[in-house]
Unconditional design. Structure first.
Ligand SMILES: NC(=O)c1ccc[n+]([C@@H]2O[C@H](COP(=O)([O-])OP(=O)(O)OC[C@H]3O[C@@H](n4cnc5c(N)ncnc54)[C@H](OP(=O)(O)O)[C@@H]3O)[C@@H](O)[C@H]2O)c1
Length: 392
C-alpha cells in the first residue's frame, strides 16, 4: 500500500463515523498531510454540519499551507439555496493546500468534475481515483439516489432452508439466528428508512426500531394501500421515528380520520393495474422527501411486487438451517417464464452469520446500469460502473 492509499484508508475510516447521520448527504472524511505525517483530520458528522474538508482544514490552521488534503469524495464547489455550507474548494484554496487527492467524483450535477476544475484553476495539483472502489462502495446509496431521484433499495429476507419466511399460522418471529438479527439491526441504523407491507403489519405489528445495537432509528414506511393495517398499530402511536404510509387517495378519505391525532404521515399514490398503489410512483414520492435509502424487510407480497417492478438494487437472504414445510414462501410470481430468463444476482458474496448463511448481491442490471449510463452523463459517471460490483 503506497502513501496515498494509506491516507485514503484513514479518510474512509473517518467518513464511516458519520454512518446513518449524514443523509441525504454522503459520508465524507478528510485528512491533512504534511511530509507524509497526518496533521489534522475531519469528517462530515451529520447533515447540515460542516463538511469534512472544512473541519480538517480548520483544525490544521496554518499548517495546512503547502499540505496535501485527502478526501474520499470530490470537494464541493457550489452554492445553492438549499445548501447549508459554503463551497469546500474555496476553503481549500484559501488555506493554501498544494495538492488534493480524492477517490471518486461527486455525481451531484452541481459538482461532477467542477470541484476538480476549480482546484486545478487555482494551481492546485489534483489526483483522482485512489481507492475508488472502496469509496464508491461506502456511498453506494447516495450515488444511486442523486442520479435517479429514487431511493436505493435493499431487500432483506430471513428464510428457512426451504425458503419460508413465516409458518402456516403467519408468525415469523425468530426465523434467523441471533447473530443475523443483530446484524439486521445494525443495517437498519444505516438506512434512512425501513419498509414493510400491510400483511406484515397485520401479522407482526412490528416497531422496526433499532435494538440490540446502538444506532438511530430509521423512518418507517408502510405500504398499506387501503389503510387496513396502520390504524391501531403500535407504530401509529409511538414516537420512535417518523412513520410514512403509502395509501390511495380513496383510503385517505375513507379511513384517514382514524389516524387523526397521530404523527403518521400519509403519502397518497395512484393505483396500478393490480389495484395496489403504484410502487414506482411511491418510490419517486419517497425520494422527493430526501429519503435516499430503504431497507425493505418484507413480507412476501411486497418483496414480490418490488422485484417484479425492478425496484430493488440489492437482495440479501439470510438462510437459517431449519425447515418449515408448509408456510409462507418469500417470493411469488415475478414474471419469469422459462428457467433461462430468471434473473441472476451479480457481485455476489456468501458468508456465514452465526448459524445462518447470507447470500447478498445486486439484483437488477436494468435498474443500475440503465440509469447510470444515460447519454451525456460524462466522465464523472463512468466511474459508477465500479459501484455496481460492491457491497454494503
Ligand atoms: N422472515 C422474514 O424475513 C419476514 C419479514 C417480513 C414479514 N414476514 C412474514 O411475511 C408474512 C407477510 O407477508 P404478506 O405477503 O402477507 O404481507 P406483506 O408483503 O407485508 O404485505 C403485502 C403487501 O404487498 C402489497 N402488494 C401486493 N401486491 C402488490 C403489487 N402488485 N403492487 C404493489 N403492492 C403490492 C400489498 O399492498 P396493499 O397495500 O394493497 O395491501 C401489501 O402492502 C407475515 O407472515 C410475516 O410474518 C417474514
Amino acid at each position: 500500500m503506497d502513501s496515498d492509499q494509506r491516507h485514503m484508508v484513514r479518510a474512509l475510516e473517518l467518513a464511516r463515523l458519520g454512518a446513518g447521520r449524514t443523509s441525504p448527504n454522503p459520508m465524507v472524511g478528510a485528512v491533512v498531510v504534511v511530509d507524509d505525517e497526518v496533521v489534522a483530520e475531519g469528517w462530515h458528522e451529520s447533515y447540515g454540519a460542516p463538511h469534512a474538508e472544512a473541519k480538517a482544514l480548520e483544525s490544521a490552521g496554518s499548517t495546512a499551507r503547502g499540505s496535501t488534503l485527502y478526501c474520499n469524495l470530490e470537494p464541493c464547489c457550489h452554492r445553492t439555496p438549499d445548501k447549508r455550507t459554503p463551497p469546500c474548494t474555496e476553503k481549500i484554496i484559501d488555506a493554501g493546500v498544494s495538492r488534493v487527492v480524492f477517490a471518486v467524483y461527486d455525481p451531484n450535477p452541481h459538482v461532477a468534475g467542477l470541484g476538480e476544475q476549480a482546484l486545478k484553476q487555482a494551481g492546485i495539483s489534483v489526483t483522482y481515483g485512489v481507492l475508488r472502489d472502496e469509496a464508491s462502495l461506502l456511498n453506494e446509496p447516495f450515488f444511486a439516489w442523486i442520479q435517479r431521484s429514487v431511493p436505493y433499495v435493499h431487500l432483506k429476507i430471513a428464510a428457512t432452508l426451504d425458503g419460508r419466511i413465516a409458518s402456516r399460522d403467519g408468525s415469523s418471529h425468530w426465523i434467523s439466528g441471533e447473530q443475523s438479527r443483530i446484524e439486521v439491526h445494525r443495517l437498519r441504523s444505516k438506512y434512512d428508512a425501513v419498509m414493510v407491507g400491510a400483511g406484515t403489519m397485520i401479522s407482526d405489528d412490528p416497531s422496526l426500531t433499532v435494538r440490540h445495537v446502538e444506532g438511530r432509528n430509521p423512518a418507517r414506511i408502510i405500504v398499506d394501500s387501503g389503510l387496513r393495517a396502520v390504524p391501531g398499530s403500535r407504530m401509529a402511536s409511538d414516537d420512535a421515528a417518523p412513520v410514512y404510509v403509502l395509501c390511495t387517495r380513496e383510503a385517505e378519505i375513507r379511513r384517514g380520520g382514524e389516524l387523526a391525532g397521530t404523527k403518521v404521515k400519509l403519502i397518497t399514490c395512484p393505483t396500478d393495474a393490480s389495484g395496489h398503489i403504484d410502487l414506482f410512483v411511491a418510490m419517486q414520492e419517497i425520494g422527493r422527501r430526501g429519503i435516499t435509502s430503504i431497507l425493505v424487510e418484507g413480507g412476501r407480497g411486497l418483496a414480490t411486487a418490488m422485484i417484479r417492478r425492478h425496484l430493488v438494487d440489492r437482495l440479501s437472504v439470510y438462510t437459517n438451517p431449519s425447515l418449515m414445510g408448509a408456510g409462507v414462501e418469500w417470493l411469488g410470481d415475478i414474471g419469469v417464464e422459462g428457467a433461462e430468463s430468471r434473473p441472476h444476482l451479480r457481485c455476489v458474496t456468501t458468508r456465514t452469520v452465526g448459524e445462518d448463511v447470507l447470500v447478498t448481491g445486486l439484483i437488477d442490471p436494468a435498474r443500475t446500469y440503465g440509469s447510470l449510463r444515460a447519454p451525456g452523463e460524462g466522465r464523472a459517471f463512468d466511474q459508477m460502473a465500479g459501484v455496481l460490483c460492491l457491497q454494503d
